[in-house]
Design a protein around this ligand. Structure first.
Ligand SMILES: Cc1cc2nc3c(=O)[nH]c(=O)nc-3n(C[C@H](O)[C@H](O)[C@H](O)COP(=O)(O)O)c2cc1C
Length: 177
């Protein structure tokens, strides 16, 4: 339903330290009409003027980055959709919990269209830290699960994640099936 967006200015604002969230932001951009996109890039002090905001962040200690939290807090009376990447586990429940955290920074005057999450690979230092902890506690099952998850995350975002986020844009943003 391109018609619904015809007069809408869209800003895509994201935080991405190692490129995972940027990859998702680019996939979102590809799905939207070019002529509507007024901003694509990092969070800035001054929020670009738009009607629809697609805001994305990597997960930093259970929340969006401070820069993105600041952006979310400043937006009022607009339409917002959120996208994120997270390393720790791939589960709908976990993503819901993460989004609840993010949502608490969004003013209630805004309309929220929805959210999308997928897994994102983590830096090697995280694995090295787990391995050092493993030497101390070789039988720690939680630690073993985290190391297994590190390997699982290491291929994401993958082509399925990209296809999924594009589908999400089609259904939640463009109202297509
Ligand atoms: C310092 C730090 C903290 C992190 N905290 C979390 C977290 O709380 N939950 C989570 O699921 N992933 C966490 N991650 C993993 C990142 O959110 C994940 O790898 C993300 O895809 C990175 O995105 P980017 O490439 O756009 O920076 C953390 C990573 C780092 C480096």
């Amino acid at each position: 339903m391109k018609g619904a967006l015809i007069n809408m200015d869209i800003a895509i604002i994201y935080s991405s330290e190692t490129g995972n969230t940027k990859m998702i932001a680019e996939a979102i951009k590809e799905e939207l009409p070019k002529e509507n996109i007024v901003y694509f890039g990092n969070a800035t002090e001054e929020i670009p003027k738009a009607d629809l905001y697609l805001i994305g962040s990597w997960t930093d200690k259970g929340n969006a980055t401070n820069a993105i939290v600041d952006v979310l807090k400043k937006i009022k009376n607009k339409t917002i959709a959120y996208f994120g990447t997270a390393g720790y586990k791939e589960s709908k429940m976990y993503y819901r919990k993460l989004f609840e955290r993010v949502k608490s920074n969004i003013d209630s005057s805004n309309k929220i269209l929805g959210y999308f999450y997928c897994q994102g690979k983590m830096p090697m230092q995280v694995k090295e830290k787990y391995e050092r902890m493993m030497i101390q506690n070789p039988e720690d099952l939680h630690l073993k699960a985290m190391i297994k998850n590190f390997a699982k995350a290491s291929t994401h975002p993958d082509y399925v994640d990209i296809a999924n986020v594009k589908k999400w844009v089609q259904s939640k943003i463009l109202n297509k099936k």
